[in-house]
Design a protein around this ligand. Structure first.
Ligand code: ATP
Length: 254
C-alpha cells in the first residue's frame, strides 16, 4: 500500500450561499485503512464527500486526494451513494449495472470488451452476487442491490472506495456480510464510510471522524465513548448493548 496519505485536508472551509457548512477542517487519512465519518443530520458529511470527489470547491484551504487534486484523483475513486433512484421495472440485468461502471474508463461511445465482462463477473463474484448476474436489478433486495452497486464501484479497480450509508435499508444478517466484505476490500484500498451505524464503528472501522461543522479525527488506537459522541451530536448519547460488546474510548475533542 502507498505511503501517500489517501486524504489530506488543510484548513478547509466550505458551504453554500454564504452558509458555512464545514469550518477549518484539517486531518490526514493514511492509505489502506477504513475511515468512518459520523455526525448528526446536516453536520456536513455529504458536503465533505462532495469536496473529496471534486464536485464542489472549498471556500478556503487545500485538499489532496491520493496525492492529487480531487478532480485528478476522481478516476481512481469508487463511489457508492446512499440512494439509488431507478425504475424497478427497468429491464437491466445485474451484470449490465456493473458494466456501467466501466464507462468511466472506456467512454460512452465504445462497446464493452470481453475483458470488461470478465472484470464485471470477477467483482460480482467478490461481492457474492455472481449467481444473480442475469437477474433484473429491480428483483433484488436492498442489501443485494447494495452489493451490486459496490461491485460497480469496484470494477474500475479504485484506490479509494467511498460509501455513503452502505447499511441503510439493509437487514442485520446482510450488514454482517457487508462488513466482512469491506474487511477483505480494505487489504487492497482505502475505504471511507459515512455511517449512522454505531455497530459498524465498533466492528470494522479503523479511524473515526466526528463531524458537525468542525471535524474531530480519532486514530484507530483510540476508542469511542458516549461522551465523545454526545459532543458531536450535541445531545446525550447512551450506548446500549447486550453483554460484553467490544467498544472504543476516544480522546476528548479539543
Ligand atoms: N446544494 C446545497 N445548497 C444549499 N445548502 C446545502 C446544499 N447541500 C447541503 N446544504 C446544507 O448544508 C448542510 C449540511 O448538509 P449535508 O448534506 O452535508 O449534511 P449531512 O451530514 O450529510 O446530513 P444527513 O446526515 O442528513 O445526510 C445542511 O444544512 C444542508 O441544508
Amino acid at each position: 500500500m502507498s505511503d501517500t496519505p489517501a486524504l489530506v485536508f488543510r484548513g478547509v472551509s466550505a458551504g453554500f450561499d454564504g452558509l458555512t457548512v464545514l469550518e477549518d477542517i484539517t486531518f490526514s487519512q493514511p492509505a489502506g485503512r477504513m475511515l468512518g465519518i459520523i455526525g448528526p443530520n446536516g453536520g456536513g458529511k455529504t458536503t465533505l464527500l462532495k469536496l473529496i470527489l471534486g464536485l464542489i470547491q472549498p471556500d478556503c484551504g487545500s485538499i489532496k486526494v491520493l496525492g492529487k487534486s480531487p478532480e485528478d484523483a476522481r478516476p481512481e475513486i469508487g463511489y457508492v451513494s446512499q440512494y439509488h433512484l431507478f425504475d424497478r421495472d427497468f429491464p437491466i440485468s445485474v451484470l449490465e449495472v456493473v458494466l456501467m461502471g466501466r464507462y468511466a474508463k472506456r467512454g460512452l461511445a465504445r462497446r464493452y470488451s470481453s475483458g470488461d465482462v470478465a472484470l464485471a463477473k470477477e467483482y460480482l463474484d467478490k461481492v457474492g452476487m455472481l449467481p444473480f448476474a442475469h437477474r433484473q436489478i429491480g428483483q433484488l433486495s436492498g442489501g443485494q442491490q447494495k452489493r451490486v452497486f459496490i461491485a460497480r464501484a469496484l470494477v474500475n479497480q479504485p484506490k479509494l472506495l467511498i460509501l455513503d450509508e452502505p447499511t441503510a435499508g439493509v437487514d442485520a444478517a446482510m450488514q454482517t456480510g457487508l462488513y466482512e466484505l469491506l474487511e477483505t476490500l480494505k487489504k487492497e484500498m482505502t475505504i471511507i464510510m459515512v455511517t449512522h451505524d454505531i455497530s459498524a464503528v465498533a466492528v470494522c472501522i479503523d479511524d473515526i471522524a466526528c463531524l458537525n461543522k468542525h471535524l474531530s479525527y480519532h486514530h484507530a488506537e483510540e476508542g469511542l465513548t458516549a461522551e465523545a459522541l454526545s459532543e458531536t451530536y450535541n445531545c446525550p448519547i447512551q450506548l446500549i448493548a447486550h453483554g460484553q460488546v467490544p467498544h472504543r474510548v476516544l480522546k476528548e475533542h479539543v
